[in-house]
Design a protein around this ligand. Structure first.
Ligand SMILES: [Zn+2]
Ligand SMILES: [Zn+2]
Length: 226
């Protein structure tokens, strides 16, 4: 009788451990999915909000410039807290860039991460460029990505001082006397012969009028004003 009981017990334990293992496997296959509830555009990034799920360990967010989430253009962010319900992705490549975003949950079984299926993907576009006004020193510049647009404004000199930035013209064009001739080159590499007319005004061979100022390092800078 005792022997039969022992055999029976062994069988019960064996059945229990097999079914126990089966329960774990079934559970891992059914790791619960979540979904994205909201995506907000941010400067060079976005904020994604998703549904909180229980009985999980965390979430994994994927974002990609490819709708098919090709490996080469996809990045992954892991959130290791089940209670978290949003994440901000920042420092992406630039303004006005489209990304596809999806999310899944994971749990840990026997030291291994078991993932749910992916949620449906959602599209988000990072904020458009936002340009600051041009100044005499800098062209319009995007507040977010620092991209420049157009050209810097010209200094607006009055009585030898720029009304906008306060830059002072150097009196008598850094030591040149009226009638002195010099050459100046523009950024395209064109060379101009300039004759000094006085009061920071110069004239080139074609009769165009130029003005000048002295850079901080003492070098002269010329540009055409008419
Ligand atoms: Zn920008
Ligand atoms: Zn200025």
């Amino acid at each position: 009788m005792k022997k039969i009981f022992t055999v029976l017990l062994t069988v019960i334990i064996a059945v229990c451990s097999i079914s126990g293992a089966m329960v774990v496997d079934a559970a891992s296959k059914n790791t619960v999915k979540t979904s994205i509830t909201k995506i907000e555009s941010k400067a060079k990034g976005f904020k994604v909000t998703f549904k909180k799920k229980s009985k999980i360990k965390g979430y994994q967010i994927q974002y990609s410039t490819s709708s098919k989430f090709k490996k080469s253009s996809t990045k992954t962010k892991t959130i290791s807290k089940a209670k978290t319900t949003s994440a901000t992705i920042s420092k992406l490549k630039g303004c006005n860039k489209k990304y596809y975003v999806r999310i899944r949950t994971y749990k840990v079984s026997k030291g291994k991460k078991i993932y749910s299926g992916w949620s449906k993907s959602k599209k988000v576009t990072t904020l458009k460029h936002k340009y600051n006004k041009a100044t005499c020193q800098k062209p319009k510049t995007c507040k977010y990505c620092k991209k420049e647009k157009g050209e810097a404004l010209k200094h607006n000199y009055s009585n030898g001082e720029c009304l906008a930035c306060g830059k002072k013209l150097v009196a008598e064009a850094n030591g040149y006397k009226v009638g002195d001739v010099t050459t100046a080159r523009n950024t395209e590499g064109d060379t101009y012969v300039l004759e000094y007319l006085g009061e920071d005004r110069w004239k080139d061979q074609k009769g165009n009028i130029w003005t000048s100022y002295q850079n901080e390092d003492g070098s002269m800078h010329w540009w055409m004003i008419g």
